[in-house]
Design a protein around this ligand. Structure first.
Ligand code: CA
Length: 224
């Protein structure tokens, strides 16, 4: 799950993104309102949720929210607002925000709101994904192969979830990078291949992959 955090208080955004990453989310931080709006318009599919501060340089959270909804973008938006601004809560929900949180808030409260928002649009999605003899449980974040537990890192789990949500489709490396790594990621370019290789090993596959096929020059395909 990837979150766009739009917040200009550097200390707060650093603490939040660290905490969220610890919870298994991938986080991009943008401290400027206009840049955030551009980011959302161009990369809407990369994000599962936007956390939007209200008072921002460039453009305020309220305007961003209205514009995003005018464009028909349905991504869940959680607004962060200072205590003095709570009287605006009706306006916020009218402008298309899904929820809001008044500063200062506890991290546990933020996580609870995020989970509620992320659950809402995905109610139709099964809590368990199954492809062949591999079963992935989103509730317990566990994976089994033929009933035997497979221990995965957060990234491997994210990769496998992505593959299992797109069975029999060719998934290119760029999609995986965009979905599972933040845009500041500057590591080596074959990071996806390395993680896929480790994932295969844990699933007990050969490198030529019976389940996770390599599609030469493009990416991978999970054969259901
Ligand atoms: Ca602010």
């Amino acid at each position: 799950m990837k979150i766009l955090l739009v917040e200009d208080e550097q200390k707060l955004s650093a603490a939040l993104s660290k905490g969220l990453e610890h919870e298994g989310y991938t986080v991009d931080v943008i401290p400027d309102g206009k840049k955030a709006l551009t980011r959302i318009s161009l990369h809407r599919k990369d994000y599962d949720l936007v956390i939007l501060d209200l008072m921002l340089p460039g453009m305020d959270g309220h305007e961003i929210c209205k514009q995003v909804r005018q464009w028909g973008i349905t991504i869940p938006i959680l607004i962060l607002t200072a205590r003095a601004e709570t009287e605006k809560k009706v306006d916020l929900l009218m402008s298309g925000a899904d929820d809001y949180l008044v500063k200062p808030f506890s991290f546990a409260e933020l996580i609870a709101r995020i989970q509620a928002l992320l659950r809402r649009p995905s109610e139709a999605l099964p809590e368990k994904l199954t492809v062949g003899d591999i079963e992935l449980d989103l509730g317990t974040r566990s994976v089994t192969k033929s009933g035997t537990p497979v221990e995965l890192t957060l990234k491997e789990f994210g990769l496998l979830e992505y593959f299992m949500r797109h069975p029999n489709k060719v998934v290119n490396r760029e999609d995986l990078l965009n979905h599972l790594w933040d845009f500041n990621y500057s590591g080596f370019s074959n990071v996806v291949d390395v993680h896929v290789k480790n994932l295969r090993k844990k699933l007990g596959e050969r490198d030529d992959g019976a389940v996770l096929e390599t599609v030469r020059g493009i990416g991978y395909r999970m054969v259901a």
